[in-house]
Design a protein around this ligand. Sequence first.
Ligand code: SF4
Length: 266
Amino acid sequence: MEVPSVERFEIALNTPAGRVNTVLDVPTGFVPITSIVPLARHLGEKMLKLEENRSHETGNAISCRMGCAACCRMLVPLSPPEAFALQEYVEQLPQDRQTVLRRKIEQSKATLTAHGILDRLQAVADATTPIPDDELEPINRAYYALRHPCPFLDQEICSIYEARPAACRELLVTSPAQLCDNLAENPVQPLSVPVRIGTVLGLLWASIAGHSPRLIPLPLAFDWAHQHRNEAVRRWAGSHLIDQMLDKMWRFLSQEFERRGQSPGP
Ligand code: SF4
């Protein structure tokens, strides 16, 4: 695989939980959208770590532990860049692992079909205009009611941990783990998330590809990425992608400062 040359950017982002100082190696040439996914996730994890530290300081430590996968029964939405990145990740795995994962996805789709949910997920993946939250909510509830394990879950551990979607990385709780048995009804306390990376990547994709922002339900990510494979090979200047991504992050951060009644600082 061709390794693009990179330019190192120092990034400073004021977030409601503190300042992120980090460096990003931004590709200098023309690159596919998937090149930006690890950079966005890196920034998202830095911001989340600050939230986690602040929460810990106020006596609210994260209660999530390896082997607890209660939240892996929820419907996971992916942005288009993440769907392409997931497909890319799986394609570089050994053939036998790919076969297992693809089989599990097909089994998952069969289960969802049997419960009348797959068609509803397909309508979400195919939507050409954003779907209002009040239309997504019953679909999320119906999916969660099944307690259907994510097809990537293996003995209660994520089998694609390093490539898991942003939505999975961002769901951390400070309430007792046993409350996660029923995430819909129990008073679960999620950690605040200043910027949802999946949303940023979705907006980035919409602005550069000329589509409406969209969500792809995880069980359909491979199908969607395959159907849109012609778009996956499109390329943009790395610096343009990073500018666009940071612009969207800043917008979310300023909204979050406002929501929390804080000043963004200098
Ligand atoms: S991708 Fe991994 S972390 Fe996300 S829901 Fe599936 S098993 Fe859980």
